[in-house]
Structure formats: C-alpha cells, structure tokens
Design a protein around this ligand. Structure first.
Ligand code: GLN
Length: 485
C-alpha cells in the first residue's frame, strides 16, 4: 500500500514506530496530488511549503517522544475554515483574496495536535449546494466517475479523501454537506451534535445549523478526528460544555441488543432501487450482528426541506450582509457613492445560487411575511425536533439512506434548484433537530458508484453512532475499496 492510501491510524503506527517520517509521508501525498489533481480538482489552494514545514515540526515532536494521534498526519481543510495567513475563500469571488488574521478553532486544534495542513478544499459557494458546482473556482469531479459530481457542499473535502490526495479531511454540514458528499464519494463523514464542535472562525452560512466534522477513510479515523476537534470553546457561545468522552472506547465492535429505528417515511416509493437494496441489506447485516430492528415514525419529515429552505436562507441573508465591499473581500471599482459600492460589490461578488438564497431569506424575514414563513418554519422545526425525541424513546439509533441517489452527472441538476435541494431530503432533518449522524459506505451500484448508509444518534451521543457504524464497517469490506484514478 502507498503511504497516501493509509488511514490516520495506520499512518500513525508507522510514524510512531519510526518506519516513516511525516516529511516522507507528506511528500508522497503531494506526489499523489500532483498526479491526480488535474482530473479531480479537490483544492482551491495548496499550501505545499507551509505543509512541509509543519511536517518537519511534527517529526521533531515525534523524535522528542511527543506523538498524538494526528501528529504528522497530512490533512485537507474545507475552504470555509479561517486559516491564519492562508487565503480563505468559501469558494466565492467575494472572498477571492481574503487572508484571515486568525485561525478557526478547528484549525487551531488540528495544529496543536501537530497535523499537517495540505491546503484548502473546494466547495459550493458559501456551502450552498449539493454538488460543488456553484464554486467560483470551478467544479470538482467524483474520483469514482469523473463525469459525476462529488456531492456537496464539502465536495473537495470528500473527493480529496476518496482520491487519496490526503489522509483525511474536515468539512461542514448545514443540511447534509458532510454526509451527502461522503456518500457520493464512498467515504465516512460525521456531522457532530450542534454545539459539539466550535464554529469560531468557520464562515457562517446558517448559524443555528452549521457544524464542522471529520471526513475520513474509516470510522476509527472519524473518532480520532472528532476527539481532536470537539469541546467547548469560549469563542463560540453555542459550543457546549459537556465533557468530551474518549471516543476510542466506543469502538467496541459490539452492537448486541442495540435498537435500530427504521423510519417508515425514509423508505419510500421512487427511491433509487440500488440504494434501497443496499441500505436494507445493511440493516440485515446489523441484525446479524445482534441489533434489533424497530419500526419508528418521524411524521413531520415531509416538511423538512421547506422548513430548512426558510430557516437556512433567513439566517444566510443576515450572515452574508457583512460582505459589503467595505471591510474586506471584493470591492467593485468605479462606484458612484457608498450605496452604489455596496450594491455593485455584492452584485459582482456573489454567484447566482448565493443571491437566490439571500433573496429568499430576506423575503421570509420581511415584516409582511415573517409570521407566515419564518415564524411558521421555526414552529415546524420544533415539531421535527420532537419527532426525533419521541423516536429515541423506542430506539438507540436511526438508520436511513444518506442520499436518495448515488452521485449524479455534472450539470444534471443545475437547471432545476428544487431537484438539487431534494438531494438532502434524508440529511436535512438531522440538522434541524441538532442531533449527530454519520454516513458510511454500504455498497456500490452496478456501475461502481458508492452508496451511503446514514446512522443518526441522540444529541451528544456520538459514541453510540460511532459504535454502530464501526461494528457494521468491520463486518464488511466496503471501506477498503479505493477509487481507480
Ligand atoms: N445542500 C444543502 C444546501 O444547499 C446543504 C448544504 C450544507 O449542508 N452546507 O443548503
């Protein structure tokens, strides 16, 4: 096996035993990037010099006996996390030249661990999308089939892992943006409970929904990365002070007696046949491992997409007001006056999907429509959250498909925003409820496209989610398949 194909825990063993150095591993990963990046285009910015310097520092730490699970491990970071001195674009023209003066907490924690940051990955502009096609910097391709999208919005983070252009990556998830691209690219993606991971320095899309999390080659890696980034942060008042457990202890492999809830609303007519079959087979496999299946209901599921597109756009319209050409980022030239400068900077700096969201959100919040749209959506959100509370009285985890279809063709859904929005039909409720969920590979279609299984847990119970996912993963071989590029 090549070094770039290894998982975090496999490379960690080699670093610990001094079989390889971090500089060697990092160089190998860059040679892989050089070989495949033209085809895949996972990155907006590659930070080769900084990464090699970090690898040297990691080797010094290792030589001094200070090795942690991520020390010396080459990692890619979604271009939504602020990185001190390294441009952070959110894949938008409006931030094309923005160089943050500080690190986001997630990045600061990764650096503290001694991780090596290879670069910033491509995404849908401001994380709005499900295909990475709305990036100002061009599209990213799916390593399993270059004619297809990698999913989104963390498409570059997913493709970089699937193409072995990094050992693992970090993404964000507002309505599915870690899990859906993980599903499309055949990797593991974990959206933690809202409040588990600090959002400080993570450029805000919808503040009540956004959460950063790991995108990895297997479940153990997801647990290692979550361990590194989780925890309270005084810089984010929505991060929660609940103690971070030792996630490695959750990987016991034992799910005897675990109650798996299958929501009838998620196994519906019209779903892709191969997705349906693979997910049902995965549930059978989990039963063989000792889990018990119970039928549950999440009765307000049908409102989730509508609620999300009111709440998320309302929050986005407020969050994105700060990009006005005055403080930082793109500023239009030849403006007549201040107002004209604001208008032109925003008109020229934002792409069409972002503008659509700002307009939708502004409308939903306007005084004449607030009660009918935003307030009503908030009430429905409470009902969706209650659905999960009720369901978790009967089960320990909920299992569903991650996405209704495998990765779709580039251009297939760009003309019809509603079709694109439906890609997240199975992931969105989880963000509205604030609970954690993982996507992991559970099969392939006849044309060799990965299929993802979603396991949803109770708030702050990432341990059970990881335990269930790990136990299933270890009983199957899906996570060992790598894309041929
Ligand atoms: N695809 C959804 C959207 O476009 C979710 C994106 C995300 O999770 N960031 O809003």
């Amino acid at each position: 096996m090549k070094l770039y194909e290894l998982t975090i825990h496999e490379l960690h063993e080699k670093l610990k035993n001094k079989e390889v150095s971090s500089v060697e591993a990092t160089r190998e990963v860059f040679s892989r990037i050089d070989a495949v990046e033209d085809k895949v285009r996972s990155f907006v910015t590659i930070t080769r010099d900084e990464a090699l310097k970090q690898a040297e520092d990691a080797d010094k730490r290792i030589a001094a006996g200070d090795i942690r699970p991520l020390t010396g491990i080459p990692i890619a970071v979604k271009d939504i996390f602020c990185t001190k001195g390294i441009r952070t674009t959110c894949s938008s023209k409006i931030l094309e030249t923005f160089i943050p003066p500080y690190d986001s907490t997630v990045v600061a924690k990764l650096k503290e661990e001694g991780a090596v940051i290879l670069g910033k990955t491509n995404m849908d502009e401001f994380a709005m999308g499900s295909s990475t096609e709305t990036s100002f910097f061009g599209i990213t391709r799916n390593p399993w089939d270059l004619a297809r999208v990698p999913g989104g919005s963390s498409g570059g983070s997913a493709s970089s892992v699937a193409a072995s252009e990094c050992i693992a990556s970090i993404g964000t998830d507002t309505g599915g943006s870690i899990r859906q691209p993980a599903s499309c690219c055949g990797i593991v993606g974990l959206k933690p409970t809202y409040g588990r991971v600090s959002r400080y320095g993570m450029i805000a899309f919808a503040s009540s929904l956004d959460q950063g999390g790991p995108m990895t080659k297997d479940v153990m890696d997801a647990s290692i990365m979550l361990q590194a980034i989780a925890g309270h942060d005084r810089m984010d008042s929505t991060s929660v002070g609940i103690a971070v457990p030792d996630y490695s202890k959750a990987l016991s492999g034992n799910i005897k007696g675990l109650r798996i809830g299958l929501p009838k609303e998620y196994f519906i007519e019209g779903m892709d046949r191969e997705v349906d079959e693979s997910v049902r087979k995965a549930v059978k496999d989990m039963e063989k491992l000792g889990a018990e299946v119970v039928e549950i209901t999440l009765p307000h599921t049908e409102y989730a997409v509508a609620v999300y597109y009111l709440v998320a756009t309302a929050e986005a319209s407020s969050n994105l007001a700060r990009f006005d050409g005055a403080k930082y980022g793109y500023r239009a030239k030849n403006a007549k006056d201040l107002l004209d400068m604001y208008k032109r900077s925003r008109a020229e700096g934002f792409g069409s999907e972002v503008k659509r969201r700002i307009m939708l959100g502004t409308y939903a919040l306007s005084s004449g429509y607030y009660d009918a749209y935003y307030l009503k959506a908030q009430k429905a959100r409470t009902l969706i959250k209650k659905d999960f509370d009720d369901a978790f009285k009967k089960c320990d985890v909920i299992v569903t498909p991650t996405a209704p279809t495998p990765a779709f063709k580039i251009g297939e859904k760009t003309a019809d925003p509603l079709q694109m929005y439906l890609s997240d039909i199975f992931t969105i409720s989880v963000n509205l409820a604030g609970v954690p969920a993982i996507s992991l590979p559970c099969g392939f279609t006849g044309s060799n496209l990965p299929i993802g299984l979603q396991i949803i847990g109770k708030g702050f119970d990432e341990e059970t989610v990881l335990r269930a996912a790990h136990s299933y993963e270890q009983a199957t071989e899906w996570h060992k398949k790598r894309a041929n590029l």
